[in-house]
Design a protein around this ligand. Structure first.
Ligand code: NAD
Length: 291
């Protein structure tokens, strides 16, 4: 049975959810963007509008496509608006408790046969599937940040995920212009299993005073030919999200080598969450690095 996907729901209208909603609407899908409150979802939609306006200003999108994209993007403050979706992607905070409660609530309202995907960076897809009555239809669909720019979608198969669900998810990612890799449901999957220890080690290098923020980032950028330094990348991801993923790796894999750096914990405790809060390892004004 092949699954036709035309209407998608996105739960969580933050940086990832907004990006996913944007590229889906640009690809001609009907999108419902949901957050915990209608105003937050509306703000997420407004940020998509700003991104599209930038593309128009650069000559990369025409005004008609901009208007049509915005028309395809609706918002809601409640998951009941997702009932007739063909696929829902959850992009709420990296917390197992929050995601499990969203999965169980969406599962109750979503039509039978529709797919329930998570953009989680590290949380077990099998555990999220167990919070629903449709485990064969649950899958990981891990987009990279910023979603409209980054080419990869990492697709994660839970223990019960069906071949049809996997095929439909891979086809959707391709329709959104992405390249896919498939990973087993092991904490951190492929990308964050490798990335998070790198970011955490850069925090330890700062914590131990091996170099300044700029020394560490410049060392890795020019020394390893990375497009961004690890500390500025952690600021982009969000230090709360980076810490949450590091905690999943540490807890679930049970090895000391994944221990989150105390400095990372302290920054998150201070509310220094990176670019989205205006301060992390660097300072930001309106999302632009100022020091
Ligand atoms: P974010 O903090 O920007 O956005 C999270 C959104 O979820 C917020 O708008 C918040 O209001 C909303 N939310 C909170 N509780 C909710 C609920 N109960 N129902 C509906 N919405 C709720 O976070 P983000 O960076 O967009 O990350 C979201 C997910 O994507 C996480 O699982 C994260 O691990 C994953 N991810 C993040 C990145 C990254 O670089 N930031 C990359 C890939 C995957």
């Amino acid at each position: 049975m092949s699954m036709i996907i035309q209407r998608i729901g996105v739960v969580g209208a933050g940086q990832m959810g907004g990006g996913i909603a944007q590229i889906a609407a640009q690809a001609g899908l009907d999108v419902v963007l949901v957050d915990a409150r209608a105003e937050i979802a509306e703000k997420g939609r407004a940020r998509v509008g700003e991104q599209l306006a930038k593309l128009v200003a650069k000559g990369k999108l025409d005004a008609a496509a901009q208007a049509q994209t915005m028309e395809r993007l609706r918002t809601a403050g409640d998951v009941s608006a997702l009932a007739d979706c063909d696929l829902v992607v959850e992009a709420a905070p990296e917390s197992e408790a929050i995601k499990r409660s969203i999965f169980s609530a969406v599962d109750r309202v979503l039509r039978p046969g529709a797919i329930l995907a998570s953009n989680t960076s590290s949380i077990s897809i099998t555990k999220l599937a167990a919070a629903t009555a449709r485990p064969t239809l649950v899958i990981g669909m891990h987009f990279m940040n910023p979603v409209p720019v980054m080419k990869l979608v990492e697709v994660i198969r839970g223990l019960a995920t069906s071949d049809e669900t996997l095929a439909a998810t891979l086809a959707l990612a391709q329709r959104l212009g992405k390249t896919t890799v498939t990973a087993r449901d092991v904490p951190g999957f492929i990308v964050n299993r490798v990335l998070i220890p790198l970011l955490n080690e850069a925090c330890f290098a700062l914590y131990e005073g091996i170099g300044t923020e700029v020394d560490i980032d410049t060392g890795i950028k020019l020394g390893l030919n990375h497009p961004m330094g690890p500390l500025e990348l952690a600021d982009l991801i969000g230090l709360d999200t980076t810490l949450a993923i590091a905690e999943v790796l540490h807890r679930e894999l049970g090895e000391d080598k994944y221990r989150p750096c105390p400095l990372l914990r302290q920054y998150v405790a201070a509310g220094w969450l990176g670019r989205k809060s205006g301060r992390g390892f660097y300072r930001y004004e309106a999302g632009v690095k100022v020091g």
